[in-house]
Ligand binder design. Structure first.
Ligand SMILES: [Zn+2]
Length: 489
């Protein structure tokens, strides 16, 4: 009996998958694209219903490929729907955004300088490059290839190992199994210390596609770059021991390229369960520097409020080198990436893209989407910085050690470089009685007593990270002056 049900379940499951590979499926898309496709390929698309500028359709896979060919698109250009009813309702009854935003209550403040600024210095371009190449080496991450599923399983392990290497017990990683693809999505969760029920989400898609056959779909820019970008931003958060007040989720979506299948199922489930998602950012293509500005914020199917907040993050943190990032705006297209799944459920989503639309990497969705085309992840690094700023500023810092203020009197000089702690309190006319050096978790790594007001002290060997140097002064109230220092190797 059990065997029978398993068999039945397998059969139903494979019919579902098969449905999208061989048979017509339901979708929604821009009305003008649907109408054009009806003229080009009348046997491959049927318009079921229209509402304003959207259409609910029944379409063959051939039709979806023709849609790709005829419109200059990133992403699939349509959103997969489970049924005729779902396709029609999704265009006619979009969720009320005001209802969800009222619950979300993002205050759009920028308050975390003391955490963000040292984090930016920790983001490593080489880590992003290495991860892109690692993902490219699967050959294909197409959603129904074994290597696509393997990439998800391996990413889960990579993220778990990354969290463990920084001793994070507040982090979990899970595979999210889907109804309409064999490939799971991967979700890393950092539980919020103060507001665990408020979610801050960043994501990109793990799957790839190629119009030259999906056995060779390296997908370096689209979208290994996005996965590598959000991974490095998250690693930098771990390195600085960032503990968020709100829950952070980092998502690698499955099956974006066949109609936002992975993100759509996740966003629908979150909405159905009334999960309070405060803000969502999408990183899909960060590798190719095709425009005069660095970041192009996509303005269609995104939240204007959240987009302008992300711009103000760049205005605040990225106006000069070594962290300078310039930006402008652009429009993408219908169903152009996973942000549309969240927007469609009434959540606030933003999408910083690699270039103005049309100036982006023209090799995507082909065998030519390889890392060697650009051969550097410098451009992606800017997006990793923006991602870290977004996560820290929206989730907010709960770690009091990180709240140590970097800004001390300009007359005081404290620095750490090449294993030497240098300081000078002479101009401030302060007598120093002792120095304590702690790592970010509060572990004492050096204590010095009987010190002078100016010295250079060789430290023990320190691993990369953030340290707090505390100087005890001989004031009447014997106060402590603390400074956060970054050790990079
Ligand atoms: Zn993409």
């Amino acid at each position: 009996m059990k065997y029978f049900y398993t068999l039945l379940a397998c059969l139903l499951f494979s019919v579902n998958i098969w449905a999208q590979d061989q048979h017509p499926f339901y979708a929604t898309m821009a009305l003008h694209h649907a109408e054009a496709l009806v003229k080009d390929a009348p046997n491959d698309i049927e318009i079921l219903s229209t509402y304003r500028n959207e259409a609910a359709v029944l379409m063959t896979p051939t039709g979806s490929h023709k849609l790709h060919d005829r419109i200059l698109t990133h992403g699939p250009g349509y959103i997969f729907r489970n049924s005729k009813e779902e396709a029609i309702t999704s265009i006619q009854n979009p969720p009320t955004k005001t209802a969800r935003n009222a619950r979300a209550a993002l205050d759009f403040t920028i308050t975390e300088d003391v955490t963000v600024i040292p984090t930016l210095a920790l983001i490593q371009t080489q880590n992003i490059a290495d991860h892109i190449i690692e993902l490219e080496n699967y050959g294909t991450r197409y959603h129904n290839r074994a290597s696509g599923t393997q990439a998800a399983i391996d990413l889960k392990e990579k993220w778990e190992a990354m969290a463990a290497s920084y001793g994070r017990t507040d982090v979990s990683v899970r595979l999210y199994e889907h109804t309409n693809t064999e490939m799971p999505s991967v979700i890393l969760t950092i539980t919020g210390a103060e507001f665990p029920d408020e979610y801050v989400i960043t994501g990109g898609h793990l799957d790839s596609t190629s119009n030259q056959g999906n056995n060779n779909a390296p997908g370096a820019d689209d979208d290994a770059s996005g996965i590598a970008t959000i991974t490095e931003a998250t690693r930098a958060l771990f390195e600085i021991d960032f503990v968020p007040k709100r829950t952070i989720e980092v998502m690698a979506y499955a099956a974006e390229e066949i109609g936002l299948v992975g993100s759509n199922e996740i966003a629908s489930e979150y909405a159905a369960n009334n999960i309070n998602v405060v803000a969502v950012s999408q990183f899909d293509m960060t590798l190719f520097n095709g425009s005069s500005n660095d970041v192009s914020f996509i303005t269609d199917f995104t939240s204007g409020e959240l987009t302008s907040y992300m711009m103000s993050l760049l205005d605040h943190y990225n106006t000069s080198e070594p962290h300078q990032v310039t930006y402008s705006t652009s429009v993408c297209n219908y169903g152009c990436s996973d942000h549309a799944s969240w927007t469609g459920q009434g959540y606030m989503a933003a999408f910083p893209f690699e270039a103005n639309f049309g100036q982006h990497n023209s090799n995507i969705h082909s065998t030519g989407d390889v890392f060697s085309l650009t051969n550097t992840a410098t451009h992606a690094t800017k997006f990793a910085k923006l991602c870290a700023e977004f996560l820290i500023e929206v989730a907010k810092n709960d770690n009091t050690a990180l709240a140590v203020n970097d800004v001390i009197a300009p007359s005081i000089f404290i620095t750490i470089q090449d294993g030497v702690l240098s300081y000078d309190f002479t101009a401030a006319q302060k007598e120093i009685t002792g120095i304590h050096l702690h790592d970010i978790r509060g572990k004492e790594v050096m204590v010095v007593t009987n010190v002078s007001e100016r010295d250079q002290i060789t430290t023990p060997v320190l691993s990369t990270g953030v340290y707090i140097a505390s100087f005890t002064t001989e004031d009447t109230n014997s106060s402590t002056i603390a400074k956060k220092l970054i050790v990079s190797n």
